[in-house]
Write a protein that binds this ligand. Structure first.
Ligand code: UD1
Ligand code: MG
Length: 501
């Protein structure tokens, strides 16, 4: 059975679309082989949990109801649902008595559900919305009682097999552990994704037995029951078997992550993004990258990160929930919840912490850490500095090795530097303090008081030279010898070194 519909059928389908749709996601299992205190479906995979990916794949169906069957780690799963999918209804399956039992409990929670019920195992994160949509459309167009998504896989180990009769029609779905050797040789598997007619599903679920190797109620047995009752059951083949891959342990999780990475990277490259080393570039599905951006190797883009047109990110960079303006560059750096203005430059080796905001053409250079810091257009913090709880106006320059001293041991305080200011190297700004527009500060200053606009602040000890100290106190050392030679040379030429004598 194919996903494609002829135009006339599609039209009649549209006209006669009375189908209410209910989505049921099965997520009560423990996922023993993950060996984790986190329920399997909550393991993260490039920006969403496994469960989050499944819900996203079902999203475009526009279901009237979505039910998630929870069991192991129910509280954690419920909490996650409140965050990512508040419209879904969690339904508790206290004991995991099988996938059929799970769906029965789910339907008990939505007694008025009619039309199509879409059931999806909670651990198939590579499933695409288009595929679920195609499965449901094929099911509804054929007015089938039940349709299963199937795929030909290279290695069917552990999965339920699709058993067809001589005419190629679905006969039954048999679990590997209950299968005959001939059935085990089949490579067409049940992906664990189905569409059902609600009424006929309910009826069949009431007839499930536990007469199988695991003593469980198998949802898959519904197909043989319906078929034996003369109801139309169908198989819908996934175009790409990769979409149907489940996740049972961390090795499979890593394999899924690589597959999803490749899918995501390919998608961005096709929209005009350069990814120099796709194998070491990990982009969450929640990220946006605009065209002509260049992503260099060993780079992770995560969460709500947005990379603007023509920006350069990487190598060796991690951006989390960070917005990068057009034409900006971020090299060997780490940023969390930061905003980098257009054409700004960051790194190498910068750490932008939450609420760091860089204006247009601003610069945060090497070994610089920022936090709750607004750095105005064209302003620069080029070297070895910490900027915390600060506002820096436009076109100011912060000298190397500056510390914004924001913490008094109890509370944080704010420093404000105006526009067109020039602060000297090795300054401490002891907050709260303000430096006015166009002001300068001398190198090595500890600024504890406000500096008026246009003033030069000097806050450091006066220099004192103790002449001849080394010759007197360190006689016989190489330093003393060098000083003596310098003194002789100076007296030969009458040079500057002898001038203070
Ligand atoms: C199931 C299918 C198998 C299919 C495979 C695809 C059955 C009987 N078999 O097998 O044909 O090839 O998925 O991955 O359905 N769950 C519950 N409550 C339960 C049992 C399971 O919520 O009582 C959930 C699990 O959390 C999981 C999903 O249902 O998300 C599938 O359960 P699992 O035990 O993984 O079934 P499989 O043996 O993989
Ligand atoms: Mg499974």
């Amino acid at each position: 059975m194919t996903a494609r519909l002829s135009p006339s059928r599609r039209e009649s389908h549209v006209v006669s679309q009375p189908h209410l749709r209910t989505v049921v996601v099965l997520a009560a299992g423990e996922g023993k082989r993950m060996k984790s205190s986190l329920p399997k479906v909550l393991h993260p995979l490039l920006g969403r949990t496994l469960l989050g990916h499944v819900l996203a794949a079902a999203g475009p169906l526009g279901a009237d109801r979505s039910v998630v069957v929870v069991g192991h780690g129910a509280d954690q799963v419920r909490e996650h649902l409140t965050e990512v999918a508040p419209g879904t209804t969690p339904v508790l399956q206290e004991r995991q008595l099988g996938t059929g039992h799970a769906v029965r409990i789910a339907l008990d929670a939505v007694p008025d559900a009619t039309g199509t019920v879409v059931v999806i195992n909670g651990d198939v994160p590579l499933l695409r919305p288009e595929t679920v949509q195609a499965l449901v459309e094929a099911h509804e167009d054929a007015a089938a009682a039940a349709t299963v998504l199937a795929a030909e896989v290279p290695d069917p180990t552990g999965l339920g097999r699709i058993v067809r009769d001589v005419q190629g029609r679905l006969e039954q779905i048999v679990e590997e552990r209950d299968a005959t050797p001939q059935q085990r040789a089949l490579r067409e598997i049940n992906a664990g994704i189905y569409a059902f007619d609600a009424a006929r599903l309910r009826e069949a679920l009431g007839k499930l037995s536990t007469d199988n190797d695991q003593g469980e109620e198998y949802l898959t047995d519904v197909f043989a029951l319906l078929r034996d009752a003369g109801e139309p059951v169908a198989v819908h083949c996934a175009a790409d078997h990769v979409e149907t891959l489940g996740c049972n342990d961390r090795v499979e999780l890593a394999a899924l992550r690589r597959l999803l990475r490749d899918r995501v990277n390919e998608g961005w490259m096709r929209t005009g993004v350069s990814i120099l080393d796709p194998h070491t570039t990990w982009i969450d599905v929640t990220v946006t990258v605009e065209r002509d951006a260049v992503i260099d190797q060993n780079t992770q883009l995560q969460g709500a990160t947005v990379v603007g047109e023509g920006a350069l990110v990487g190598p060796d960079t991690t951006l989390v929930d960070t917005v990068v303006g057009a034409g900006a560059s971020i090299v060997r750096s780490h940023a969390l919840g930061a905003e980098v203005g257009p054409q700004a430059s960051v790194g190498p080796y910068a750490y932008l912490r939450p609420e760091s905001r860089l204006g247009r053409k601003a610069k945060v250079g090497t070994f610089v850490e920022t936090k709750k810091a607004s750095i105005g257009d064209g302003s620069k913090v080029p070297h070895l500095s910490y900027v915390g709880d600060a506002t820096i106006g436009d076109h100011s320059n912060i000298g190397a090795a500056t510390v914004f001293v924001n913490y008094d041991g109890v509370r944080k305080h704010h420093t404000t530097i105006g526009s067109h200011a020039r602060t000297g190297a090795d300054n401490m700004f002891v907050a709260p303090v303000r430096v006015g527009d166009g002001a300068y500060t001398a190198a090595g200053s500890v600024i504890t008081g406000d500096v008026p606009p246009g003033a030069m602040a000097v806050a450091r000890g006066q220099q004192r030279n103790v002449e001849g100290w080394v010759l007197r106190k360190r006689a016989g050392t190489d330093a003393a010898e060098a000083a003596r030679r310098a003194g002789e040379g100076a007296s030969d030429t009458g040079g500057a070194a002898s001038e203070g004598d």
